[in-house]
Design a protein. Sequence first.
Length: 380
Amino acid sequence: MADPGQALTSLRQQFEQELTGARTESDLRGVRDRYLARKGGLVSGLLKSLGSAPIEERPRLGQLANTLKAEIEAALTARLEAAAQARPPKGTVDVTLPGRQPVIGHRHPLSLLRERIEGIFTRFGFLVIEGPELEDDYHNFEALNMPPEHPARDMQDTLYLSSPVRSLAGTAATLLRTHTSGMQIRYMERNSPPVRLIAPGRVYRRDQFDLTHTPMFTQVEGLVVGEGVSLADLKGILTAFARELFGDARQVRLRPSFFPYTEPSAELDISCAACGGRGRLAPKPGMNPSGAAGLAAPNPGMDPSGAGGCPMCKGTGWIEVLGSGMVHPAVFEAVGYDPERFTGFAFGMGIERIALLKWGVEDIRLFYENDLRFLEQFRP
Ligand code: DAH
């Protein structure tokens, strides 16, 4: 030990610092133990070290050391008593603690998308209606210009009930509806033009589960009827819808198609987001086979070969979004509308299909497996 007098002074300073730094009762007890423990405590260490001081100094130093010890004891006792006084009574709640965050769920991505679609059409002035999932042959097929034996019935594999049941609509249902198009008939039977509606809901088909099929899925049907409703209206509404949902950057086209309940019929395609409508993915830098880095592919339109072709749109540059067309006069006749006076257009889309396209999900089954790691990625 260099200078016992010096050691005394610096121990006092060190103690004062630590005492000031002690915030809690257990901090204080820690300080107490470090300084006052009989064995290994800093104060008893100091007392012991006095043995090496010159004999004539010892009484004075011993006195100083004992005074320091008494001061330390007194200061600690005072602080510990004050801390015990400030201790909250048992069982009290510290209202200043931050609250617990409850785990809050949110709607399923398919519900979010359905609400989004409903929101867009509601702003366009459409009514939203719902109808029965148990349906009869007349509304699902016959009134939609698909009489018995009509080959178009094979377009959808129907799930039939083993015996008819009374549906919510009060009729004898024999099948699970294969599409929401029957809602066109159900609404027009009971209401006169003008009509402007969408009808979302579940539909059922005899499909196996795979990447793009489930035996139950969701559709949104649309119907507009009035005097002078034209193909231009169809194109305008559906283009506006597609741009709202997928973004302004997408190109939109109508491609001729066939449905028994519309004439003419068309499918609405949007340009593929994965390849930007080029049909092939942009070559990685330095891997351009022509060696002309940065130049567009020689045939930017189509590449159905598969090699380098965009997997999202299979090289066509376009993605099919929905079916549509001008309402067939036979449908108007079935519901008692005058086909000479009224015209209209209809459309139908699959919500799951749109979800796959919009979010780049590769397997439709993910939407039905209730795995939170998947579902939590889709916030409202
Ligand atoms: N019902 C069709 C389907 O399930 C979709 C559809 C196509 C609905 C054309 C329509 C339409 O209203 O006009 O695939």
